[in-house]
Design a protein around this ligand. Structure first.
Ligand code: ADP
Length: 559
């Protein structure tokens, strides 16, 4: 009956544990792994970083357009009226170039009046290379001017009507084996008539673009960036270069060579320019792999924690269930233990009451039985009371200086008769060099009785009880030995737990509550000592109570 109850209850608990904790936990972990696998398969992280990179470069492009407008607009506003005459125009152009060092040269052309004025920035006047190049550009412009000018100015006019007054032209050139990016803005100067084939051009200073303009844009883009995927500790590196040639023309300070992860070709104002971006010192693939590794590790750690938690919960619940079972066994055991002596006492008392007993020995025997049974009852009830006090934390000990040999002897004396009556050989060795110790007399006596009583109960044919009291290494040892059924090693620690009784069927036929040894241990520990057992099945057991000697007493009675 009890076995069945235990089995179903355990299964139910396992099921509950499974349903309530294990299943959701396993599902959560499984979902986590599935998710990570998907992320890995779809290269989600890599794609997100690439998207972010592309977005940054688009912002860089927009910013560069806006800044170019900001530079060109004020200079254009100062442009001379086309009808002012060549000298004035030239003077104005020189002034504009002087005041706006971001531009290297400028041209104003009017086909009708055959005006072509060009000017070069004063900072470039002594730069022969530049002169050569500027002159070349101006010359090339002059060769196509007469033919292209009408359509050019028409084009500009139409663009201006749409609100975009500038046309930009950017190109890579090679000068003395250096790649140079030049950029020119074409627009209609003030005073140009409706049908007139006239326009003006302002060319950016290449060094300004390379050393100031683009580094500024890069810095701007990087500093305004708030990364969602990586901390700021590792900002991306950006470079810009010619198409098909990754050699950087301009690069951010953290550029560490090699190729970018995302390339983006600028359009319109800065056509022909390619921007590249990457994380220095790592690759997107690495970042993706690291993300996955990190998440797998977290998942692994969580799984371990979860397994640990489930294991602990399972163990605790098991323990609680065991305790519940032990308690219910305890109630059954105690009721049984109470009933038997009470039945005996009543039986013998009734027999005596009838007054039919004449033999004096019988008379005495009945009284003895009644006394012994009532003593057993008292001992049992004392155990239960003590136990309930201990459980409630209300057990108090009355420590008094005690002569232990005397206490042990007198305790055993009241039991000796019963021991011998039961056919036990009894041996008692009490050493003389025991110093007085401070103990609770009653508690220690009860511990000894519990041990002796167990020795009586758990012995079969080889009936022997030995009690030794001696001094050893600063402790006083009180041993109770028997040659009884013994205790299997696996249960030797458990027997000191409350309600625990050995699984041996033999034990279950012997009355007991499973409280005795737990009380003994509690009492001994309250005295600063320890109790332990040495036992082997079918050979016998030896329980040893070790009590510390007060150091001040050490010399009083040397060993
Ligand atoms: P009880 O004797 O009332 O069952 P105890 O706490 O005194 O409770 O003992 C716990 C268990 O330890 C016993 O049920 C028994 O299985 C085992 N035990 C205790 N003393 C002995 C002994 N001397 N020999 C064999 N087994 C013992």
């Amino acid at each position: 009956m009890s076995k069945k109850w235990k089995l179903t209850d355990r299964t139910r608990m396992l099921l509950q544990l499974e349903l309530a904790i294990t299943l959701p936990a396993v599902a959560l972990i499984g979902f986590g792994i599935w998710n990570l696998k998907n992320i890995q398969h779809d290269q989600f992280i890599e794609a997100a970083i690439q998207r972010e990179f592309r977005h940054m470069l688009q912002i860089a492009e927009k910013k560069s357009w806006m800044r170019v407008d900001d530079l060109v607009e004020p200079a254009v506003k100062e442009f001379p009226n086309i009808n002012e005459g060549e000298t004035q125009i030239k003077a104005d152009l020189d002034r504009i170039l002087r005041e706006h060092p971001e531009f290297a040269y400028a041209i104003v052309y009017d086909k009708n009046c055959h005006i072509l004025v060009s000017a070069i920035a004063p900072s470039r006047e002594h730069d022969e290379d530049f002169w050569e190049h500027a002159q070349e550009s101006i010359n090339s412009v002059t060769t196509w001017l007469p033919i292209e000018a009408p359509s050019m100015s028409e084009h500009l006019r139409m663009a201006a009507e749409k609100g975009d007054p500038y046309l930009f032209y950017g190109e890579w050139t090679t000068r003395h084996r250096h790649h140079v990016y030049s950029n020119m803005a074409y627009f209609l100067p003030p005073g140009v008539g409706k049908e007139e084939a006239a326009f003006a051009m302002l060319s950016f200073d290449e060094d300004y673009l390379r050393d100031t303009f683009f580094p500024g844009i890069i810095k701007d883009v990087l500093s305004s960036r708030t990364s969602r995927l990586k901390g700021d500790a590792s900002l991306p590196a950006i470079t810009l270069h010619r198409p098909m040639d990754p050699t950087p023309w301009v690069a951010s300070a953290n550029w560490d060579g090699g190729k970018g992860e995302v390339d983006y070709a600028f359009d319109d104002v800065f056509q022909g320019m390619v921007w590249s971006i990457k994380y220095p010192g790592t690759t997107i693939a690495d970042i993706g792999a690291r993300f996955l590794r990190y998440n797998y590790a977290i998942l692994g750690a969580l799984s371990l924690l979860m397994i640990g938690g489930i294991f602990l919960t399972y163990r605790n619940i098991s323990r609680e269930m065991n305790l519940a079972r032990l308690k219910s066994d305890f109630v059954a055991n105690v009721s049984h233990e109470l009933r038997t002596p009470l039945a005996l006492i009543r039986l013998y008392a009734e027999t005596l009451e009838l007054g039919r007993i004449t033999a004096k020995e019988k008379y005495h025997e009945y009284f003895r039985i009644i006394r012994e049974e009532s003593e057993r009852l008292t001992a049992l009830i004392n155990n239960i009371l003590d136990f309930s006090r201990i459980e409630a934390g209300r057990k108090e000990y009355e420590f008094k200086e005690t002569n232990l040999p005397e206490l042990v002897r007198s305790t055993l004396d009241s039991y000796r008769f019963q021991i011998e009556q039961n056919g036990f050989a009894f041996e008692e060795n009490i050493s003389r060099d025991i110093p007085p110790v401070s103990v609770d007399r009653e508690a220690i006596a009860r511990s000894l009785l519990n041990l002796v009583n167990n020795a009586l109960k758990y012995s079969k044919d080889n009936k022997f009880i030995g009690v030794n009291l001696y001094r050893s290494n600063g402790t006083i040892k009180l041993e109770v030995c028997d040659h009884g059924i013994g205790i299997p090693p696996a249960e030797q620690e458990k027997i000191f737990e409350k309600f625990y009784r050995c699984g041996d069927p033999l034990v279950h036929n012997i009355k007991g509550s499973g409280l005795g040894l737990s009380l003994v241990r509690h009492i001994v520990r309250a005295h600063g000592g320890e109790v332990h057992v040495e036992s082997s099945p079918d050979k016998g057991s030896k329980f040893t109570i070790a009590l510390p000697i007060d150091p001040a007493r050490m010399e009083a009675a040397p060993a």
